[in-house]
Design a protein around this ligand. Structure first.
Ligand code: UT7
Length: 323
């Protein structure tokens, strides 16, 4: 017997305002064609001025609770992956905890940038496997529109705002890779690459800062590292590409998604793609894609789902889930 973290609900929220690529043509030396061709992005959502990351996260959390048929008070732990928390402290997770009517569990944020959701899932799995929690809500939520340099065409056209949430519950499995739930995780980071993607400010440096990225270099690392981490996670439980029903990648660039799928040996018909509609929502991109995939009837119970992500740090990883 083995305790498994099984998905019971998933939900997402996107702010109302949709910004098509063409809107950037008025203020930047760019075109809809360039953005589409180089990134696959066609539009993204931006939060309203009075909407903060915890507001987006709360809506996603409520949608996931509804699907799971649970109340906020049923949750033991809330882990929120974000790099754009409302305040320096307390965590956005505690704000969500209050908003969903939970005062008995514990809540905290995880910061691993675009790999944040994969990191949070792995930590949720560890809490459940070790008996420290029975029901864990894992959220990815971001307002990257707040850290964009609107004069830098090489970054500001790529990112968007949004939130997604997943609820995991402990169930007894057999220990075999046919069990439902999280089957394996693979996490990595390498701070030698911290200057490839970062925000040039923070609490300790006394300004909020803006996102800076060496796009080409990050692209190169992504193509090299994503397929490898997914393969490693699959190998840990004796699975391979042929067993995969869905790859749910971090949605940064369609060209990265395609080359990773090719390296893995998984056809694009088995990859969930939302980058055209959401842009890069950092830690929110995978739970958004999971929720859209379930909503569209693509991801079904029993499917083998492989998530993979890379971002600032560099930090990267993969989680294999039997849905
Ligand atoms: O989520 C975290 C992980 N992040 C990523 O995975 C992002 C990884 N990187 C990428 O997705 C791509 O590198 C980008 C989409 C950022 C850029 O695509 P690229 O094919 O690597 O283009 P590039 O940076 O080599 O730029 C090509 C040209 C440059 O002009 P020159 O130097 O060749 O004259 C850029 O100045 O395109 C220019 N350019 C633009 N042109 C029109 C850069 N941004 C734009 C723009 N519109 N928005």
């Amino acid at each position: 017997m083995m305790r498994r973290a099984v998905v019971k609900g998933v939900g997402h929220y996107l702010p109302e305002r949709v910004v098509p690529n063409a809107e950037f043509e008025a203020t930047l030396d760019t075109t809809d064609e360039w953005i589409k061709a180089r990134s696959g992005i066609e539009r993204r959502h931006f939060a309203a001025d009075d909407q903060h990351t915890s507001d987006l996260a709360t809506e996603a959390a409520k949608a996931a609770l509804a699907m799971a048929g649970m109340q906020g008070s049923d949750i033991d732990a809330i882990i929120l992956a974000t790099s754009t928390s409302d305040l320096t402290f307390p965590s956005a997770a505690t704000m969500v905890q209050h908003n969903i009517g939970n005062s008995t569990g514990y809540a905290f944020d995880v910061q691993a940038v675009c790999a944040g959701f994969v990191y949070a899932l792995a930590n949720a799995n560890a809490l459940i496997a070790s008996g420290q929690a029975d029901r864990v809500m894992v959220i990815g939520a971001e307002t990257f529109s707040r850290i964009m340099d609107w004069t830098d065409r090489s970054t500001c056209v790529l990112f968007g705002d949004g939130a997604g949430a997943v609820i995991l519950e402990a169930e007894d499995g057999t220990g075999a890779n046919t069990d439902r739930g999280i089957l394996s995780t693979d996490l990595n980071s390498d701070g030698r690459y911290k200057d490839l993607l970062y925000v040039d400010g923070g609490v300790s440096t006394q300004n909020t800062g803006m996102l800076r990225m060496e796009g080409k270099e990050v692209f190169r690392h992504a193509v090299e590292k994503l397929a490898k981490t997914a393969e490693t996670a699959l190998e840990k439980v004796g699975l391979g590409a042929d067993d995969v029903t869905w790859v749910v990648p971090h949605q940064a660039n369609i060209r990265i998604i395609q080359s990773t799928a090719k390296k893995l040996g998984v056809g694009m018909e088995r990859v969930i793609v939302t980058v055209q509609d959401h842009g890069n929502t950092s830690a929110a991109s995978i739970p958004l894609a999971l929720s859209v995939g379930v909503q569209n009837g693509q991801i079904k119970q029993g499917d083998l789902v492989v998530t993979e992500a890379i971002g600032g740090g560099l930090a990267w990883g993969s989680v294999v889930i039997r849905w």
